[in-house]
Design a protein around this ligand. Structure first.
Ligand code: ADP
Ligand code: MG
Ligand code: MG
Length: 311
C-alpha cells in the first residue's frame, strides 16, 4: 500500500502495550489533528498502566495477586472489559479465555522459555473463565481458586484502538486510523477512497495474501509469526489453547473484520484457537463479522460474506 501523501494527513507512532501504535488523522486544521492524536496516545498509556501484567503496580496485577483470597474492588473500566472478555469466552465455547494466563505466564517468547510438561499440567486447572466471579452490585472481582491469572493481551489492544477512534471523533476528526500491533480501527474512509488493509502471508512478510477495502471498520489479525520461538521443530507461539495450556495448532493466521475492535480482537484470538472449520462456523453465525484464515498448509479460508479470490 502506497504511503498516504495527501495534504492534511497527520500521523504519529509510539511504542505502547509492548507493540507499535500508529495513529493517523485527517483534518484541515493541523492543531486539531495533533490534539486528537496526542489524546489517543495519552489514553493508550493510561490503559497500559491499568491493564498491563508486565507492570507489578497495574490494577490488573493487583487483582491477580489478591482475587483468589478475597473479592477485589475494580475500576468500572477493568470490570467491564473483563466482563466482556467472559462474554467472548461463552460465545467461543471457552476458546477465548483470559485465564489462559494461569499457564501462559510461564512462557517467554523472547527468551524461548516454556513450562515443562509437568508444570504445565499442574497449572492447567487454573485456566477456566468460570473461575472468575463478577459481583456487579459490589463492583468486585474474585477468583474461585488459587493459581488463576488473567491477562488481557488478547482483547486490550482492540479495546484501546476502539477508544482511540472514539477520541478522534470527539475531536471532530472523521477520517483516521488507530492501530496497535494486530488491531486496527478505521475511522471513516480515506477521504473518498476506502482504506486498503493487506493481510500478510504468515510465512513471508513481504507477501500479501489478500487486500481488503474497508470503511469505518475494525480489523484484527492473530498470527503465529510475531511472537514465537522454535524448539525441536515445534513452533511455540503466543496464542494458547485453554484446553492444553500450549500453543494452539491448525492455523497460521486469523483476521476478523467487524464494527468494533474489542470484538474483532477477542474473536481473532478465539477463532485462532477454534481452527478454520469451527472458527468460521462461529463467524458465520454472527452478524456484520467476517474473517480470513490462513491454515497450517497455507490455504485461505473466507467467511460467507467475503467473496474473495486469491491474488
Ligand atoms: P496481538 O497480540 O498481535 O494483538 P492477539 O490479539 O491474538 O494478537 O493476542 C494474542 C495475545 O492474547 C497473547 O499474547 C496473549 O496475551 C493472549 N492470549 C493467548 N491465548 C489466549 C486465549 N486462548 N484467550 C484469550 N487470550 C489469549
Ligand atoms: Mg485478539
Ligand atoms: Mg490483538
Amino acid at each position: 500500500v502506497a504511503p498516504i501523501a495527501l495534504a492534511d494527513w497527520h500521523r504519529q507512532d509510539a511504542q505502547i502495550m509492548g507493540t507499535t501504535v500508529l495513529v493517523q488523522a485527517w483534518h484541515k486544521d493541523a492543531a486539531v489533528a495533533r490534539a486528537g492524536i496526542d489524546a489517543v496516545i495519552r489514553d493508550m498509556h493510561r490503559i497500559d498502566a491499568l491493564m498491563s501484567t508486565y507492570k507489578a503496580d497495574s490494577e490488573l496485577s493487583r487483582l491477580n495477586a489478591q482475587a483468589a483470597h478475597h473479592p477485589v474492588r475494580a475500576s468500572e473500566e477493568l470490570f467491564s472489559l473483563i466482563s466482556r472478555a467472559l462474554e467472548f469466552s461463552e460465545l467461543s465455547g471457552g476458546a477465548f479465555d483470559v485465564t489462559y494466563a494461569s499457564v501462559g505466564y510461564r512462557y517467554d517468547y523472547r527468551q524461548g522459555i516454556r513450562p515443562d510438561d509437568r508444570t504445565r499440567e499442574a497449572l492447567l486447572p487454573g485456566i477456566d473463565f468460570r473461575h472468575v466471579i463478577l459481583d456487579r452490585e459490589q463492583g468486585t472481582i474474585a477468583y474461585r481458586r488459587e493459581g488463576v491469572r488473567i491477562d488481557l493481551g488478547g482483547i486490550a489492544k482492540g479495546y484501546a484502538v476502539e477508544r482511540g477512534a472514539a477520541i478522534l471523533r470527539k475531536h471532530g476528526i472523521e477520517h483516521g486510523q488507530v492501530g496497535a500491533g494486530g488491531d486496527t480501527r478505521l475511522l471513516g474512509d480515506r477521504r473518498g477512497r476506502p482504506w486498503v488493509v493487506g493481510i500478510r502471508d504468515p510465512r513471508d512478510r513481504d507477501r500479501m495474501v489478500a487486500q481488503l477495502p474497508l470503511v469505518d471498520e475494525a480489523i484484527s489479525t492473530s498470527g503465529d509469526y510475531e511472537r514465537y520461538f522454535e524448539e525441536d521443530g515445534h513452533r511455540y507461539h503466543h496464542i494458547i489453547d485453554p484446553g492444553t495450556g500450549t500453543s494452539a495448532r491448525g492455523v497460521r493466521s486469523v483476521s476478523v473484520i467487524g464494527p468494533d475492535a474489542t470484538l474483532t480482537d477477542a474473536l481473532s484470538t478465539g477463532v485462532f484457537v477454534l481452527g478454520a472449520t469451527d472458527g468460521l462456523e462461529l463467524i458465520n453465525r454472527l452478524p456484520d463479522v467476517e474473517a480470513v484464515i490462513v491454515d497450517d498448509e497455507g490455504r485461505l479460508w473466507f467467511s460467507s460474506g467475503l467473496d474473495m479470490q486469491q491474488p
